[in-house]
Design a protein. Structure first.
Lengths: 120, 828
């Protein structure tokens, strides 16, 4: 078994290893990125994309991509549209239970009526 | 049982003979120990004011054949170092045969993998049979904190953890896929790979980076996002936006970057670690160079689950599912091995779960506040399940509460539960501070009876019917002698007596509607189950049954109950019509339909009355209360039909008339209560969204009322005062606005925006300060009505019970007199 010295931790390790068992340093050659990303250009700062930035601004009622339309009333004066969210619809489970409860009550009423009719 | 060696010299000598821990007992040239304090605590323990801390190590002698570590047990608060002897590691294969997988060299540590990763023991370690006894140093978890300061031990622990982790995962992969891989190829694969642990928010790779390593996720959660290469954390924002782009989550067992072995390429997305993750990284260049190895290994990796990641992640089918998945991962609830969940549409807010916990443990460990998740039952479904994960221990896979305990009192026990040993807990509160879910409470020792004033019998009776909040005990202070308590899955209680096959939890057993259940989150949340690779699905978890998806016994009760009511009731009516009510069935018998219906009705009532009796049994198993509740309802309805038939059309004398009226009132109040239980929780959940306790609502109501009074008192503007005192009250505090809450069930923000717009005109001529005051008053009044609506619903769930119980009591007394009367006249 031939050994080599890890450049990072100076440990003597088996040459067959692709990574140093002591410090995980890679011994195999790895390709590096050639194109620089928008994020890397800005160093360690956090940069939001135009979309995400606009999203933040629009949450505050602002939008820098378009000039403000002064002819429109403020957002709060608009009558809120009913939500199209499908969560809003009554759940089928509830309907099922109401139907079941109704059937039971109806059954009891019918039973009482039948009793009065036949037994008397 | 191993023999413990307590001789100090022998213990110090054993430490001296093991390289990785010998630094602990190293001496300075002046003869003193270099790490005297740590050594003292680890080896012999120290007594402080609060109690004894340590020792954290024991020197044990195991006999040949004796087992030290048992495979697949959850106990993971101990690790070992072999001082002298020969230890063999073996695993159980799928055909239940033992297979030796290696030997532990002298001076090496073992058992730390389960301790650090929170997984069950992966192998059995025993002393080689026919050999000499083995000397082993046993360490409890707190020793790690001190031993890691020793450079040699720290290096060794790190290296062993990665080495074991790598070998273990590769072996698991091989075994799971049933593919052949000889030891030579395994060695080469081991050489080409590394084991790495990443913390939350670590970026594994960015979109566009060349693929140099295949990533196999052993443990943890990965978020894949495309189009967010600039900042992976901005992926959270994408969820809220209109355009979600490519975003999804992957769990353990997924393998990324496989396509790059055949054709070099770039990552199509950015992968970020969401929660602590353990991964295996295999050098792609090695797989390309060694064709024989890649031909053997790639089928294994492909067989493990995972999406095709040669393309960008596709936009979600249902964004709500993705949001729910993100929240389940982000909050960490998916990493609980035994999670308590409450389906809020079924929860009738009775508090019986907390009471049951209190009855079993002497103090409740269950608070109905916690993490709330809204999730579609399946993609694009209209059914939204509102799940509350209360602040109760979920027995995390990687528990933070264990890290700081100075005595090792809190630990994971063989059943998988994390529990606190009261005899060693010194009440320091470290575990309670560390727990991110607020699931550990500090209670004063031995002062329970002093903190709650004793109640007289009448006061107890009154409080049973009261809608007011019970008086809370005085808050705990640091000066008291404290003890940490938490959920221990009702282990060592009457709920789980020795030899019981099924685990039972007092909270779950005593929930009358089945709203509360303990589950394995990986299986309970379908969206999470879909992210987990196949290899991880075979893992053992300490779990309950998911009755929210399908409850077999409840279904059986519904079918039998409905059949009983329809067939039994129908039969009684038909027989009464056919045979008449008071004509005996034959010449030599006294049995009539009135007798038959009376006796079966009485039997049904006796069964129905068993429910309140069962409700008083908290400390031992007596069948899940939810099934008793179903039987109470169905047999109660059957009893109603039978007694109606029994009574017939003639009301009889005063006693039977009163009895019939009281019986009608019991049935009517019971049916009303049943309907309340069905409708109110669902309605309440739709209105409140985030589950709220009645006491929180009441406290907020008082605050808002005070705010409204202040708003009108603080202003000098007579117009504003007029608007607040008259217009706002008339608009929001009337019946109309109350009913609007129940009918529209709108989101609070939408409702407030609408409320503000109603008073925008009145604010036009006011100063900015007055306008702000007006809007604040508007919001307070509208919110107050929302809270009123919720409080009334809470009360509705309770208010029917008092008349139901009173009418039942009256009915039982009258029924007893009626029975005595009937027996007396028949005997005479």
């Amino acid at each position: 078994m031939s050994l080599r010295q890890c450049e990072k931790c100076s440990e003597m390790v088996d040459e067959a290893k692709a990574f140093c068992p002591a410090c995980s340093n890679p011994f195999v050659s790895e390709m590096q990125r050639t194109e620089t990303s928008e994020f890397e250009l800005s160093g360690s700062t956090i940069e939001f994309s135009k979309t995400a930035y606009n999203l933040l601004l629009s949450d505050m009622g602002l939008n820098i991509s378009e000039p403000a339309d002064v002819s429109k009333p403020p957002a709060e004066d608009l009558v809120p549209e009913p939500e199209r969210d499908i969560q809003k619809q009554p759940s089928a489970g509830l309907v099922k239970w109401i139907a079941f409860g109704g059937a039971v009550v109806l059954f009891l009423l019918l039973l009482a009526a039948a009793l009065i009719f036949f037994v008397s | 049982m191993p023999r413990e060696i307590k001789n100090h010299e022998q213990i110090i000598e054993a430490f001296r003979n093991v390289d990785i821990v010998s630094e602990l007992v190293e001496k300075l040239p002046n003869g003193e120990f270099r790490n005297e304090l740590d050594m003292d605590i680890i080896l012999f323990g120290r007594r402080y004011r609060a109690g004894k801390v340590g020792p954290y190590a024991r020197l044990l002698e195991f006999l040949p054949g004796e087992i030290i570590v048992q495979e697949r047990t959850w106990e993971s608060s101990i690790f070992y170092v072999l001082v002298k002897g020969r230890l063999e590691a073996s695993i159980t294969e799928q055909n239940q045969q033992f297979k030796k997988v290696g030997e532990i060299p002298e001076g090496s540590s073992f058992g730390e993998m389960a301790l650090l990763s929170g997984t069950p023991r992966s192998a059995t370690v025993a002393v080689a049979a026919g050999d000499d006894p083995a000397l082993v140093l046993e360490f409890t978890r707190p020793a790690l904190r001190l031993l890691r300061k020793l450079p040699e031990f720290g290096r060794s622990l790190d290296r062993n953890y990665r080495s074991y982790g790598l070998s273990l995962t590769l072996n698991e992969l091989k075994d799971f896929t049933h593919l052949k891989l000889d030891s030579g190829l395994m060695k080469r694969l081991n050489d080409a790979a590394r084991f790495a642990v990443y913390e939350k928010d670590h970026v594994l790779f960015h979109e566009g980076d060349p693929i140099n390593r295949i990533v196999f996720v052993r443990n943890g959660w990965i978020e894949r996002a495309s189009g967010a290469a600039f900042n992976p954390r901005a992926a959270d924002l994408l969820l809220d936006g209109e355009d979600t782009g490519g975003l999804d989550f992957l769990g353990a067992g997924s393998c990324l970057g496989l396509h790059a072995v055949e054709k070099p390429g770039d990552w199509k997305y950015t992968a970020t670690v969401r929660g602590r993750a353990e991964v295996i990284e295999i050098a792609v260049s090695r797989l390309r160079e060694e064709k024989e190895m890649s031909a053997a290994v790639l089928p294994i990796l492909r067989k493990s689950a995972g999406p095709d990641d040669s393309q960008k992640p596709s936009p979600p089918v249902d964004k709500r599912v993705l949001t729910a998945t993100g929240r389940e991962i982000e909050t960490g609830v998916v990493d609980g091995i035994n999670l308590l969940v409450m389906d809020m549409a079924k929860c009738i807010r009775c508090g019986n779960c907390s009471l049951a916990c209190h009855k079993v443990h002497g103090h409740t460990r269950l608070t109905r506040r916690g993490i709330h998740i809204e999730r579609p039952v399946k993609p694009n479904s209209i059914h939204i399940q509102s799940v509350l994960i209360p602040s109760v221990c979920m027995h995390c896979q990687d528990p933070e509460c264990l890290t700081g305990c100075p005595t090792g009192a809190i630990a994971r026990f063989p059943g998988g539960e994390i529990d606190i040993e009261p005899s060693t807990c010194i009440g320091c509160g470290d575990c309670a501070t560390q727990c991110p879910y607020n699931a550990i409470s500090m209670i004063p020792v031995g002062k329970g009876s002093e903190r709650t004033a004793a109640k007289s019998g009448f006061a107890k009776f009154r409080s049973a019917f009261s809608l007011h909040q019970a008086e809370l005990p005085a808050p705990v202070t640091q000066s008291e002698n404290l003890l940490a308590v938490k959920c221990n899955l009702c282990k060592n209680t009457g709920m789980n007596p020795p030899g019981s096959k099924r685990a039972a939890y007092s909270c779950e057993e005593n929930c009358p509607t089945g709203a509360l259940v303990r589950v394995n989150p990986h299986e309970y949340f379908d969206e999470i189950n879909n992210t987990i690779g196949l290899i991880q699905r075979s893992k053992t978890h300490a779990i309950g049954e998911n009755i929210h998806k399908f409850d077999l016994w409840a279904t059986i009760w519904h079918v039998i109950g409905a059949a009983m009511v329809l067939i039994g009731g129908g039969l009684a009516v038909w027989a009464t019509y056919t045979f008449s009510q008071d004509i005996p069935f034959g010449p030599n018998t006294w049995v009539t339909m009135r007798w038959l219906t009376g006796l079966t009705g009485l039997a049904s009532i006796l069964w129905v009355m068993a429910y309140p009796a069962r409700k008083q049994i908290y400390r031992r198993r007596a069948g899940a209360l939810r099934y008793w509740m179903l039987s109470h309802v169905y047999i109660g309805v059957l009893a109603a039909v039978l007694i109606f038939v029994h009574g017939g059309t003639s009301s009889g004398g005063l006693l039977t008339s009163l009895l019939m009226i009281s019986f009608d009132l019991v049935i009517a109040s019971g049916l009303f209560g049943g309907l309340c239980y069905l409708i109110v929780p669902r309605l309440m959940t739709r209105i409140e969204r985030e589950p709220l306790l009645l006491e929180d609502l009441q406290a907020r109501r008082e605050e808002l009322r005070a705010q409204l009074v202040r708003a009108s008192e603080q202003t000098n503007n007579e117009d504003l005062n007029q608007v607040i005192r008259i217009d706002i009250r008339r608009t929001f505090l009337g019946l109309g606005y109350l009913f609007r809450q129940y009918i529209r069930k709108e989101d609070l923000n939408t409702m407030l925006a609408d409320a503000r717009s109603q008073f925008r005109g009145a604010a036009e001529n006011m100063s900015r300060v007055d306008e702000a005051r007006l809007m604040e008053a508007v919001e307070s009044a509208a919110t107050l009505r929302r809270i009123d609506a919720l409080c009334y619903l809470h009360n509705l769930l309770k208010v029917w019970l008092a008349p139901h119980v009173l009418f039942t009591s009256l009915m039982l007394v009258l029924m007893a007199i009626h029975i005595v009367q009937v027996i007396y006249f028949n005997v005479r």
